[in-house]
Design a protein around this ligand. Sequence first.
Ligand code: 5CA
Length: 161
Amino acid sequence: MAGSIDRVITAAAAAGLEIEVQRMGASTRTAQEAAEQCGCDVAQIVKSLIFRGETSGKLFLFLVSGIHQLDLAKAAALAGEPLTRADPRQVRDETGFAIGGVAPIGHLIAMPTFMDETLLNYAAVWSAAGAHDAVFSAAPDRLLIAAKAKAASLEACACTA
Ligand code: 5CA
């Protein structure tokens, strides 16, 4: 996807966020792979997950820690409508990013965006930068602002009881 990394860089600059996009030369498609390449904890990886509103058809972006599963009920409550995972083609067409390289900023369209509040516990977090081997790090509070995101509890309860 030519230009998708440039869109991330441009969006960061427009938001006053200084980033350095790193091409790792190896896959950072999954949170686990990204953490290995970045040398950070999986919890510090930002998953940029795109969901589709079942009523409106609009897309929503959820920025979720690599160690968490998105709680769909919490996400739907925030969105104000039921959600389903957006299919890869819609993600590509509407955001300009392919699955595995979806960034938290620089999308072709504006989407309501929510950030896992636990990401704010870290000094730095790592996100995809528009390609499956491209990442950037940022202070999470700065990323929150740049992504025009709202911090929220997004984590699915891992308890079994
Ligand atoms: N580059 C890494 C780390 S930053 C990354 O992009 N991780 S991610 O979690 O944000 O993107 C992968 C996610 O895409 C998966 O967790 C999954 O939720 C989603 N995904 C994978 N396959 C599909 C698919 N076929 N349709 C929709 N979403 C998918």
